[in-house]
Design a protein around this ligand. Structure first.
Ligand code: G5P
Ligand code: MG
Length: 228
C-alpha cells in the first residue's frame, strides 16, 4: 500500500499484546514506513554494555519503567539521527510514549518539527492469552525480530531466520516479572489514552490473536492514510 499522507503512528498495548508482531507486518505492507521500538532500543543498549544499558537492565529485569526524561531523550535522539523529524516522514513508535508525561514531552518536541503523531492505536488483547505467548518468546536483539515456539517458530530452532544468529530469551519474560509489567501498564494507560483521545487520534482494535487484529489495523490505516 502507498500512503497519500504521512503516517505517524503509536501502537499501544499490554506486554505481549503483539506490538512488535503488528509492527513487522505493517513494515512488510507499507514500504515507506519506518519503526522505533523503545524496548528494542533499550535491549540494544544493554547488549552493547553502554551507560544507558547498565541503567536499563535493572529496570527491565524488575518490570519497572525507566525515567520519563531519559526515555524521551533516547527515542527523540533516535528519531533525529534517523532523519525522521520532518513533516513528510512516515514512522511508527512501539512502546513509547507509555506515560502521559512522556506523551507531553514527545508532543512538545514533535511540534517543533511539525511532525506530531496523527494516529494512536490501542491493541486490545485479553489478558488470559498473553502470559503463554511471552513464556514461549525468543528474540533476535539486533533486529528486534520476535518468535514464538508455537505461533511463529524460527525455521531453524534457536536461530534468527534472516541472519542465522542466535536467539535469546528476554530477562523480563517470566511469570513474575510479566505480572509487574502488566500492573505497570494498567496504571499508566488511562491518562495516556485520555491524552490522545482529547487530541481526537485514539482508536482501538480488539482480538484474541494477531491474525484477527492485523486486518483491522491495516484497514484502519488504509481508510485514514492509504491510496490503495
Ligand atoms: P517493551 O520491549 O516495550 P512490552 O512489555 O511493552 O515490552 P512486549 O513484551 O515487547 O511489550 P509486544 O511487542 O506487544 O510485547 O508483543 P510481541 O513481541 O509482538 O508478541 C509477544 C509474543 O507473542 C511473541 O513471541 C509473538 O511471536 C507471540 N504472538 C504474537 N501474536 C500471537 C498470537 O496471535 N498468538 C500466539 N500464540 N502468539 C502470538 O518494554 C520492555 C521494558 O523496557 C522498558 C520497561 O522496563 C519495559 O518493561 N521500557 C520503558 N520504560 C519506560 N518508558 C518507556 N516508554 C519504555 N519502553 C520500554
Ligand atoms: Mg515488543
Amino acid at each position: 500500500m502507498s500512503l497519500v499522507k504521512p503516517l505517524r503512528l503509536l501502537l499501544l498495548g499490554a506486554p505481549g499484546s503483539g506490538k512488535g508482531t503488528q509492527t513487522s507486518r505493517l513494515l512488510k505492507k507499507i514500504p515507506q514506513l519506518h519503526s522505533i521500538s523503545s524496548g528494542d532500543l533499550l535491549r540494544q543498549e544493554v547488549k552493547n554494555k553502554s551507560e544507558i544499558g547498565s541503567i536499563a537492565s535493572s529496570y527491565i529485569s524488575q518490570g519497572k519503567l525507566l525515567p520519563d526524561d531519559l526515555m524521551a531523550k533516547l527515542v527523540v535522539t533516535n528519531l533525529k539521527q534517523s532523519g525522521w523529524l520532518s513533516p513528510d516522514a512516515t514512522w511508527l513508535l512501539d512502546g513509547f510514549p507509555r506515560t502521559s508525561i512522556q506523551a507531553e514531552i514527545l508532543n512538545n518536541d514533535l511540534q517543533n518539527y511539525k511532525a506530531e503523531l496523527n494516529l494512536v492505536v490501542e491493541l486490545d488483547v485479553p489478558e488470559s492469552v498473553i502470559l503463554e505467548r511471552i513464556e514461549n518468546r525468543f528474540v533476535h536483539v539486533p533486529s528486534g525480530r520476535v518468535y514464538n515456539l508455537q505461533y511463529n517458530p524460527p525455521k531453524v530452532p534457536g536461530k534468527d531466520d534472516v541472519t542465522g544468529e542466535s536467539l535469546t530469551k528476554r530477562s523480563d519474560d517470566t511469570a513474575e516479572v510479566f505480572g509487574k509489567r502488566l500492573q505497570q501498564y494498567k496504571s499508566t494507560l488511562a491518562p495516556l489514552k485520555e491524552y490522545y483521545a482529547n487530541k481526537g487520534i485514539l482508536e482501538t482494535v480488539s482480538g484474541e490473536t494477531s491474525d484477527i487484529i492485523f486486518p483491522k489495523l491495516y484497514d484502519l490505516v488504509k481508510r485514514k492514510f492509504g491510496a490503495h
